[in-house]
Design a binder for this molecule. Structure first.
Ligand code: ARG
Length: 471
């Protein structure tokens, strides 16, 4: 059955076109949002006397019954319906009789689908936020456990300066915190009810859009009906928040793959998060990290694909917009398992402390500290930089490290500098970096505490945000 048979001849739509244009398989995923949207609409129609109170009650009771049947039995294996709307209306007719025909008064599928999908995406964003916060919890747990672990800080993938490992973990925590800001922005964009916009121009009934919006937990009502039925910014913003999260995960995955490789050996991935090779018996591969990195490519593809769908669409509704479902569902199904599994891998990762310290000490990593010490004696930083560069050059040619810098060598390059006051060990280097965003222990400990309290607050915020669909 279609919801628009009257205008067409009996063989409409043809089997091929029907199969191609139907969205029923995908729509099933948001039947609860769709039924909630219809209950809110039926309630509003009753409150405004567009239909009688009894009619409204009977529509709502029928819709609730359909919901509980679908909750327990799922969907029949029959895909002849055009979409979820045709399916539910058909069922409603069978349950409550001709009054079912009144449900679609003052409504179009265009404002209906926009409403239902906003509800779904609001839930999807809350699920994403909860997964991100779960990963932040793991990061903070590892940061707590490794609070004193010295690690090589890199630039250009070259050992640069020693840092504390928790400082690095907290850098990822900051990225995830920004992803939550993007998610928050997407959530606020989605939190607007299009119901009452009709097909495109509004409706001629004395509706009260505030009633249905409030019942569905939307904080605002769309101001412009043309925009309301065609706007999918809430989708693109969700896709962007998810893709950025994925990009951050991918960067981290890449680091872990490098650290876990034999030449680095800074970390060891736990057996439960690694796989083997079918030919090389000794292999233990970082598949979870690799696939996490790859999923990001898939995510970028989904997002740019959907942006291309939107480009050049004239106002108002076009069926092109139906592609929003696939973009959102695939994004959720790609990203959420990746965050979950990646977090598991992270929580079981072993840090090879000895090796981390050795690498952190290598590559003249405290050369900047020596330059800073020379600045203390009154030298300009530029001069100090040049002098230490010469010292490094000299030591390198003798295959020596900064540890072996003698008082005589120092004196020959920087006469008059007090050798005794110079500290070039990694601990002193780290402890000296007390600037607000620096890696010193006091700072890192404070960062962990701040992150923990932000996390607790943020969990509370999102905890309240899953839409109530049990109207
Ligand atoms: N399946 C459609 C979608 O997801 C529902 C709205 C159809 N509206 C229309 N005028 N054909 O976008």
């Amino acid at each position: 059955m279609t919801t628009w048979g009257g205008r067409f001849s009996s063989d409409n739509p043809g089997t091929e076109a029907r199969a191609f244009t139907s969205s029923f398989r995908l729509d099933q995923r948001f039947y609860r949002e769709s039924i909630a949207g219809s209950i809110a609409h039926a309630s509003m129609l009753g409150h405004t006397n567009i239909i009688t109170g009894d009619e409204s009650e009977s529509l709502m009771a029928g819709l609730r019954k359909i919901r509980s049947e679908l909750d327990s039995d799922g969907f029949p294996n029959d895909y002849s319906h055009e979409d979820i709307y045709a399916f539910i209306e058909d069922k409603l007719h069978k349950l409550v009789g001709p009054v079912a025909g009144k449900l679609h008064t003052a409504r179009s599928r265009n404002d209906q689908v926009a409403t239902d999908f906003r509800l779904y995406v609001k839930g999807g964003i809350a699920r994403l936020a909860s997964e991100i916060n779960q990963m932040r919890t793991v990061l903070l747990t590892v940061a707590d456990r490794e609070v004193q672990t010295v690690f090589p800080g890199m630039t250009h993938l070259q050992v640069a300066q020693p840092i504390l490992l928790p400082h690095l973990l907290l850098a990822y925590e900051q990225m995830l915190k920004r992803d939550l800001q993007l998610a928050n922005h997407a959530y606020l964009t989605a939190d607007v009810s299009p119901l009452g916009s009709g097909a495109l121009a509004g409706v001629p009934y004395p509706i009260d859009s505030e009633i249905s919006a409030k019942l569905l937990g939307f904080s605002q009502v769309s101001r412009n009906s043309l925009d309301a039925v065609s706007d999918r910014d809430f989708v693109t913003q969700f896709l962007f928040a998810a893709t950025m999260t994925s990009i951050h995960l991918s960067k981290f995955a890449e680091e872990i793959i490098i650290w876990n490789s034999q030449p680095y050996s800074l970390v060891s991935i736990h057996d439960s998060y690694a796989t083997g090779s079918s030919i090389m018996p000794q292999k233990k591969n970082p598949d979870v990290a690799e696939l996490t990195r790859a999923k990001t490519g898939t995510m970028i593809g989904i997002m740019s694909g959907f942006l291309s769908v939107l480009k050049g669409l004239p106002l108002a509704y076009n069926l092109d917009l139906q592609e929003d479902k696939e973009a959102v569902f695939r994004t959720e199904d790609t990203l959420l398992p990746a965050i979950k599994t990646f977090s598991g891998m992270l929580s079981t990762l072993t840090i090879n402390h000895e090796q981390a310290r050795k690498v952190a000490e290598s590559g003249f990593s405290t050369a900047t500290d020596l330059a800073d010490a020379l600045v203390q004696t009154g030298m300009t930083f530029r001069k100090a930089h040049e002098t230490v560069g010469e010292i490094v050059h000299h030591l390198e040619s003798k295959n020596e490290s900064l540890d072996s810098l003698s008082a005589d060598t120092l004196a020959s390059f920087a006469p008059g500098v007090n050798y005794e006051t110079i500290r070039l060990d990694t601990k002193s280097s780290i402890d000296s970096r007390r600037s607000y965003s620096g890696t010193a222990q006091v700072n890192v400990t404070l960062q962990i505490e701040e992150a923990k309290s932000h996390l607790a607050e943020n969990r509370q915020l999102w905890g309240k945000r899953s839409p109530n669909l049990d109207l």
